[in-house]
Design a protein around this ligand. Sequence first.
Ligand code: PRX
Length: 680
Amino acid sequence: MSKDPLSPPAADVSEAQIAVHWREEALIPPPNRFIAQANLTDGAIFERFAPDRFPECYKEFADLLDWFKYWETTLDTSHPPFWRWFVGGRINACHNCLDRHLVQHKNKTAIHFVPEPESEAIQHITYQELFVRVNELAALLRDFCGLKAGDRVTLHMPMVAELPITMLACARLGVIHSQVFSGFSGKACGSRISDSESRVLITMDAYYRVGQLLDHKEKADVAVLAAEQDKHQLEKVLIWQRHPGRYSSPTKLIGGRDFIVNDLLPKFRGQRVDPVPMPAEAPLFLMYTSGTTGRPKGCQHSIGGYLAYVTWTSKYIQDIHPEDVYWCMADIGWITGHSYIVYGPLALAASTVVYEGVPTHPDAGRPWRIAETLDVNIFHTSPTAIRALRRSGPDEPAKYHYHFKHMTTVGEPIEPEVWKWYHGVVGRGEAVIVDTWWQTENGGFLCSTVPGIHPMKPGSTGPAIPGIHPVIYDDQGNELASGSGKAGNICIRNPWPGAFQTIWKDPERYVRQYYSRFCRDPQSKDWRDWPYMAGDGAVQAADGYYRILGRIDDVINVAGHRLGTKELESAALLVPEVVEAAVVPVTDQVKGKVPDLYVSLKPGLAASDEIASKVVASVVSEIGAIARPRHVIMVPDMPKTRSGKIMRRVLAAISNGQDAGDVSTLANPEVVDTIKGLVK
Ligand code: PRX
């Protein structure tokens, strides 16, 4: 689509007509060594999961699990879009992650806990030991707290072994856990306690972050007060000790409310609690999405469908074998950690790594030292972490002896340049990479290459995984064909077992936000009329690979051309001096919107007009003059959320001369004033 860049934005341009200028990348075949050992190499899987085999094909997922009572109905669609999977089945998630492994794997490490201080020894917790610890805690939760199936408990725990122990103890009882990311404030935790009406808060006194032992208990006091302001009264606060036997927080305990778990546990020594056989469609946990605007949404995930989904995808997309050492560097406070640190790997009896600290502490070699020490062979992280490691230690991976057979990227689109560094330097060209696209709401991967079958394409997630049938709609609901070069709203045609069941206490918002936009008939009982809308822009290449362009609302309209923010950022990253880029729309009287481009540079490099010109030249040559940034602003660091996502909203406010709003929840609020000073 070519238009005069100076013409005013056309009112009739469809939302879906996002111009896609990204260069096609060449396909890279998976290494033969990987294929030779892969769990899935037979393309017939796609026939078994063809649309006409839906939903019965998902029996293959459920059969990876132990059922106390086998299910009768694979999928009940009588109440769209509230899908119920494996109805009639009885199951327990904790039993599937622990008890059933004891016969063969009891002496095997289930969790390698790596404390942030390198002076502190790594803990290797066997399946047997994990079983004992989970049982004792389950007995405590049942008998001391009176918790029973269906009750909610909020966890506000750091990345320590006690976090999966606590999750599994809840799951054993059928108690619904709601883990809140430890970096979130006490207030944020409190609003999640009240929304979920949790009876108990489980937290830790302190934890290490960037070399500091942080007081975490103080947040519990704020959380309880915040919940009280919402008229919700917690019964108890349970506090784990980061150093067992020693209370490490300066914040006082409150008598009658606060209890030290480590003091209580001896009373439950040796106790066993039978795993409660729960209905397959009972909730396993709530995961609140961080939501920069509006109330946080408690995504409710089921036991049977969710566990079947994460187990299958861990086995075939993560290619986990029981003898693998698997490290996902996410935080368990996010869905990635729930699905791909805890439930998926443990359901497969793998050894999973839990690392307490930040990847660049005390230096950028830390992840590779951990990989070498534990002989990690599957590695999983996000583009943000990859960029940070590339920025602070591009030569570090080469210094350590580790061999990854498989690596994952997840969470945002990855620029091809960054992908190539991950592949060549971190993976040494030996590892296969999967770029997995999915969301908190989805439970597990939706799109990814099957690593033993498909070639990789830098910057593209790949086709859908077996059983997932995506479609891209323009704003009128017309399907956009693969290879059309047009981007639109990516949706999933069919239900799948890992999908969330509802938004806790807000089923209307669940329907409205995810299912109403492209619903063909709100009265219909046919699942085919209820595609799931992800809210992401995507384009499908002629070969069937999807490229995710980011959230639909991240799109910038310049003179009627809709530019995906990612393609601009990717062009900036082609300039060797640039390590991170973020583009935001600035209101312009003539063009509607113009992009401002924020970049950060490799350490040691000073901002210069020369670099700015190179960035502009790269954008113009990759995308066209239409995308020429108004300004290139070279910043010392990007404003980031605690989970490492760049806060484009803050940059956009600065560029548009507006109030940046509350920035206190950022990981680095101080950078906001510095950036304001640069944009004059
Ligand atoms: O925009 C997509 C992006 O992250 C969003 C989901 O974020 P969250 O619910 O926090 O889940 C993160 C863990 C799955 C999506 O709507 N996203 C996620 N993975 C990718 C991605 N964008 C491009 N490529 C990916 N692989």
